[in-house]
Ligand binder design. Structure first.
Ligand code: SF4
Length: 312
């Protein structure tokens, strides 16, 4: 375990573990980094409720706030653990997720979900909202043509309908008034000139995360520094909820688990596809699997600073 020791301790918050439950997605973004090596054609763990529960128990035991043997304790303090369900598109398996949410919460996790929003309707949102504290929506552009170019379209050419999504989000807030909403936008070569103001005003997120496209597996849509800075400046009026992440902020600053239950990191010089993998957590145990993973506490804490203070 290699740690950046320049960190100054801060008040306790939430530790966030991102479990990418599947690589499958109905979109095909050119820059998508959700591509993992599956040893021996293994299936995603999410399809196996018993192994899923076992994975979650092991993760929670290792990252539990009272486990002072966790190596991150040297640099960080946290009072709760949030499981962030990501993908791929996790809502392709909505029924599995709805089964898993109470299990994860019983184990002790706070739970959040990040989705491309395409499968969300008021009915599904009403079922999900009571069990999650935070809904993350990945939205890159208000323009159909740009979404098509990026790859944010399904096989039938359908992209995101912001009006429908806004109705689903409203339903989520009705069912769970404490629900926080976050929008993630990946700035890339195609959307670098877009104006997201209308999207943000309609969805009224608590936080808008603006990320510079990270060339992990593909750099065709990489955006120059000047264009990224211009995008950020153009949206200065949304600075109160906006959080900007440049490439260097992202490396080694996420705790990530892949669909097969391995920690992984997007480090330069890692194995194929730009990732370094741990041993499977179910085989080695979370503690042994975590050995060798690099993690930067200062970068992590930079990302989880306000405006979403309580849950983010
Ligand atoms: S929506 Fe997300 S998971 Fe799906 S292709 Fe795009 S980046 Fe990948």
């Amino acid at each position: 375990m290699a740690l950046d020791l320049s960190f100054t301790p801060r008040p306790a918050g939430q530790l966030v573990i991102n479990w990418h439950v599947t690589e499958a997605c109905n979109y095909s973004c050119q820059y998508c980094y959700a591509k993992w090596e599956a040893p021996d054609r293994q299936r995603d763990l999410v399809h196996d409720p018993v192994r899923t529960k076992e994975l979650l128990v092991r993760l929670y035991d290792f990252f539990h706030p009272d486990n002072h043997a966790n190596p991150l304790r040297q640099d960080m303090d946290w009072s709760a653990v949030r499981l962030n369900l990501a993908g791929g598109e996790p809502l392709l398996y909505a029924s599995r997720l709805l089964e898993m949410l109470p299990v994860a919460r019983d184990i002790g996790f706070d739970v959040s979900l990040i989705t491309n929003g395409s499968r969300l309707d008021p009915g599904l949102m009403a079922s999900l909202a009571p069990s999650i504290s935070l809904l993350g929506l990945s939205i890159d552009s208000p323009r159909a043509q740009n979404n098509r170019e990026i790859g944010r379209m399904d096989r039938r050419g359908r992209g995101l309908d912001i009006d429908s999504l806004a109705r689903a989000v409203d339903e989520g807030r009705r069912q769970n008034p404490a629900l926080k909403v976050k929008v993630n936008t990946v700035v890339n070569k195609v959307n670098q000139s877009d104006d997201l103001t209308d999207v943000i005003q309609r969805l009224r997120p608590d936080k808008w995360k603006v990320l510079r496209m990270l060339p992990v597996v593909d750099d065709r849509l990489a955006v120059p520094q000047q264009a990224f800075d211009d995008f950020v400046r153009r949206h200065a009026h949304l600075a109160a909820i906006r959080h900007v992440e440049d490439n260097q902020d992202m490396t080694e600053s996420y705790l990530m688990v892949d669909p097969m239950g391995r920690f992984f990191q997007n480090v330069e010089g890692g194995s194929a596809r730009g990732y370094r993998y741990s041993q499977p957590i179910l085989e080695a145990g979370a503690s042994a699997a975590f050995v060798g993973m690099r993690f930067s506490a200062p970068k992590f804490l930079f990302r989880y600073k306000p405006p979403i203070k309580a849950t983010e």
